[in-house]
Design a protein around this ligand. Structure first.
Ligand code: NAI
Length: 343
């Protein structure tokens, strides 16, 4: 059974090869990203396995269907890169890995928060240069601070609990209330504007949807404290990057740690050293001493990669065998038959 595996990276290959010992699928590792232009590379596969930067717009999805693909197996939690209306229209099953390791992402969010605040990344480089001065490295205690968590689902909840353990007061904005978190002494469910006005740290953990696109924009930045630190391990487009650039230039916020970026698609996961960076916003962001950018690596732990590989292959296995894929792993089920597609 052939599986076209787009946007393959070395960091994940061994995990998939190990997990595939159980199934023996004929995995075709393709380095190219999936798009309408490259979709024909999947010819002969009923399943395409895709990652966060593969672009499954309506043209691509229609092309996949035309060449006989029936199943899009995302090896990620987020699915904002798939045109779901088109997948539905073309009767394609879309599956994902809903929770491969929320700990990996939450712990990384804490990591970049502390690194940015305590300037550990600057200190590391300084000391290697035999510069042992402490000037310019002053941070703040997390203890006693108000930490805003935008989206307290699997990842946000773990992040919130770590912040509680640090002695913070947690302000949560979420459309759904988690009863366990809500019962915590130092947790308060509030609206988004309240988080923006009150928080010393704001960390984003909502999925990217039409409702959350540019959730943090000029209007929200205007509400924030000058001392606020913004953390984004969710999706780049949760923040309006141009608005972020403006508040950084005007020194209206204290800093930002970003594992994701709005226009990361053709940049992140690639070695572009020695090349010209054509994205002026990212280029400018990288010049700020109070901005820490990482290349969408929050998920990158051994445990997460093992879970991604085993869950993705089990999703594919179930589909091939005609068994139901677990409901929490289905983004779009196949509901139309070929006749209804014609109507
Ligand atoms: P989840 O589905 O468990 O939690 C999302 C939370 O956001 C839920 O509590 C939900 O009620 C809330 N929410 C949804 N729409 C909202 C809205 N419009 N306003 C307020 N709250 C809203 O998702 P999980 O597993 O915690 O992941 C969150 C996101 O993290 C993913 O969607 C993905 O984009 C991102 N992610 C990033 C990774 C990285 O490596 N940087 C890795 C994995 C996920």
């Amino acid at each position: 059974m052939k599986v076209a595996f787009f946007d393959t990276h070395n960091f994940e290959k061994d995990f998939f090869l190990a997990a595939n010992q159980k199934y023996s699928f004929d995995i075709e590792f393709i380095e190219t990203r999936l798009s309408v232009k490259t979709a024909t590379l999947a010819a002969g596969s009923r399943t395409v396995c895709v990652f966060v930067n593969d672009k499954l717009d309506s043209g691509c999805v229609a092309k996949l269907r035309e060449i006989g693909v029936e199943h899009i197996a995302l090896r990620s939690a987020g699915f904002n890169n798939v045109d779901l209306a088109s997948a539905k229209f073309n009767d394609l099953l879309v599956t994902r890995v809903p929770a491969y390791s929320p700990y990996a992402v939450a712990e990384f969010a804490v990591g970049i928060l502390i690194s940015l605040n305590r300037k550990i990344h600057h200190a590391f480089l300084r000391v290697r240069d035999l510069n042992f001065s402490l000037d310019g490295l002053v941070g703040f205690d997390l203890h006693g601070k108000k930490v805003g968590v935008i989206g307290a689902g699997r990842i946000g909840k773990i992040f919130a609990k770590i912040m509680l353990a640090c002695g913070c007061h947690v302000l949560i904005y979420d459309i759904a209330k988690d009863p366990e978190l809500a019962a915590e002494k130092n947790v308060q469910y509030v609206d988004l504007d309240f988080v923006c006005k009150e928080a010393d740290v704001i960390s984003l953990h909502v999925p990217l949807t039409p409702q959350t696109h540019h959730l943090i924009n000029a209007e929200k930045f205007a509400l924030m404290k000058k001392s606020v630190v913004l953390i984004n391990t969710g999706r780049g487009a949760l923040i309006d990057s141009r608005a972020l650039l403006e508040v950084l230039k005007s020194e209206s916020i204290a800093g930002a740690a970003l594992d994701v970026y709005e226009e990361e698609e053709n940049i992140f996961f690639q070695d572009l050293s020695g090349k010209v960076l054509h994205d002026d916003i990212l280029a400018r962001l990288l010049t700020f001493p109070n901005v820490l950018v990482t290349s969408h690596q929050a998920f990158l732990t051994k445990e997460a990669l093992e879970n991604i590989a085993s869950t993705t292959l089990e999703n594919i296995n179930r589909y091939y065998r005609g068994q139901a894929v677990d409901a929490d792993k289905v983004v779009n089920s196949r509901i139309f038959n070929s006749r209804s597609r014609e109507l």
